[in-house]
Design a protein around this ligand. Sequence first.
Ligand code: ZN
Ligand code: ZN
Length: 320
Amino acid sequence: MQITFLGTSSGVPTRSRNVSSVALRLPQRAELWLFDCGEGTQHQILRSDLKISQLSRIFITHLHGDHIFGLMGLLASCGLAGNVDRIDIYGPPGLNEYIQSASKYSHTHFSYPIKVHAIRPGVVYEDQEFTVTCGQLHHRITAFGYRVAEKDRAGRFDVEKAKALQIPAGRIYGQLKRGETVTLEDGRVINGAELCGPTEIGRKIAYCTDTIYTEGAVELAKDADVLIHEATFAHQDAEMAFQRLHSTTTMAAQTALAGGSHRLIMTHFSPRYAPGNPIELKDLLQEARAIFPKTDMAYDFMTYDVPRRREVELKEVPVS
Ligand SMILES: [Zn+2]
Ligand SMILES: [Zn+2]
């Protein structure tokens, strides 16, 4: 699971930061999922090493322009390129009407099926490997955060060990792989769990924007390997955050802390903190780290490979 930030500015793009979009690459199934689609997202994808042809799902948090103005252009280009099978789009009520109207008045016809799912809190998508849920955020209009949870997988079955124990291959292997206890024809009782490696814990990613501090985001951030959270404002501009229902760095960090997240990546920064201003983005980072040390700031085209929990634990053992 690899995250690529395609836009990290709030409201308007700047020279170095486009408006909101985050790509999630699932290399094991050659799929690309997108979270939000601000204007220019398709250009950002073209400048990255992501493949538009792999795009299969788009999750929209809310209907503000800086999160959806890139949608029509991207969907139209996917049709012209002609190499997309089908796209499922998830978002708040009204998203379908927006797409229908835009395609009607611009005479855009899609050469591939598009299905728009109006979401409400709970599970929005599930398959054998992943569960995607959404939760209510607190913003000026209806907004949802998302949580992508990879399912836990049974540890790897040790075929060599099974062979050494002279367990006959076939259906029994399947039962043992699932960790079941099996009685063989010769009377031996074999516990499958002993032939399997440790369970692979599924990774969890939470995406919360746009919102002021809210329990809904804390819920999505629970035990997340990585929480992507908006931090539009510096702590000293909290009053603006309350007025516009956005987060400060402090709120993003407190969400990560309260949710027991393992890492926080902040995004959706106000262009006001450009270099040369009394408060700069590096100050925002310090504010968040004071509360939640494992915080980073996203920048356009930043990628992050979400490590498996065991890998993380092994890496974090202090070297004595
Ligand atoms: Zn926004
Ligand atoms: Zn917004």
